[in-house]
Design a protein around this ligand. Structure first.
Ligand code: MG
Length: 268
């Protein structure tokens, strides 16, 4: 388990287009009740918030998730980043996995998902990226929306109409993912951009949260936790309290203020 960035912080940043954004965030991870080690990792450092859930047995999973967040964190401190930087960081992480102490015959791998501050066209945005079955959600006006689509066997069965979303949670193959960072493959994230809105709350989490809480439960704790720190604590406690079958990692980011640059028309 590798944690990079402040677990609990608040920060203002000026994007390349002049937009000033104020964020507050918190992050936490818990081994849970059944696993001997925590193979999840996270980075929570402007302009990037991401969770990685390593797999591969022994030290391999821990090594893989650490490699990904370490490479992503190299972009920490910038005001924004784009998909090229994320692609580059993931490629370097795969190379690191092939070289380090976590190397095994079957290889190691990890999920990765998160959000990065960027400017798309002329609009300030979150760039949402995903490989695997960790997830990003947004809460806007009390409405929870999952922004990522899992790369998993059960998601494919749901898409094909063969099982329901409820059946997916208890399916024997619910842990099998179809895309990963590592295993000597080129990492190919799904990307989407969503507008940066004042008052929005972003949740980035590993499947140790979503296997223990329904979307209804996740929404409940995101709304009742007033600060990101409270929301993170309540979500982790609820996941562990519901069984804690897997490592649980939760990052919550609030967009407190978005101030667009004033137009030059009124300035002369
Ligand atoms: Mg997991």
């Amino acid at each position: 388990m590798t944690q990079i960035g402040n677990g609990n912080s608040r920060h203002s940043v000026v994007l390349p287009d002049g937009t000033e954004v104020t964020l507050a965030w918190a992050a936490a991870t818990d081994t849970g009740l059944r696993r001997a080690v925590n193979e999840d990792s996270f980075v929570a450092r402007v302009p990037l918030f991401a969770v990685a859930d390593g797999m591969g047995g022994h030290a391999a999973g821990d090594f893989a998730s650490a490699a990904v967040v370490t490479r992503l964190a190299e972009h920490g401190g910038k005001s924004s980043i784009g998909t090229a930087e994320i692609d580059g960081a993931l490629k370097l992480a795969v190379r690191d996995m092939g070289r380090g102490a976590g190397v095994t015959d079957e290889g190691s791998g990890t999920t990765v998902t998160g959000v990065a501050l960027g400017v798309i066209g002329d609009e300030p945005a979150w760039i949402v990226f995903n490989i695997g079955d960790s997830r990003v959600y947004r809460l806007v006006g009390g409405v929870l929306e999952q922004l990522t689509v899992d790369h998993s066997i059960v998601q494919e069965l749901v898409d094909a109409g063969q099982i329901t979303r409820e059946e997916a949670e208890t399916h024997p193959h619910s842990n099998v993912i179809t895309r990963a960072v590592g295993f000597h493959e080129a990492p190919i994230p799904d990307y989407r951009a969503i507008p940066l809105q004042e008052g929005m709350r972003i949740l980035v989490c590993s499947d140790g949260l979503t296997k223990e809480l329904t979307p209804y439960g996740i929404r409940h704790f995101l709304i009742s936790g007033r600060s990101p720190e409270q929301a993170v604590r309540q979500l982790v406690e609820a996941a562990v309290g519901n069984g804690g079958r897997d490592n649980v990692t939760v990052v919550v980011v609030d967009v407190l203020r978005v101030v667009r640059p004033s137009t030059t028309d009124d300035e002369d």
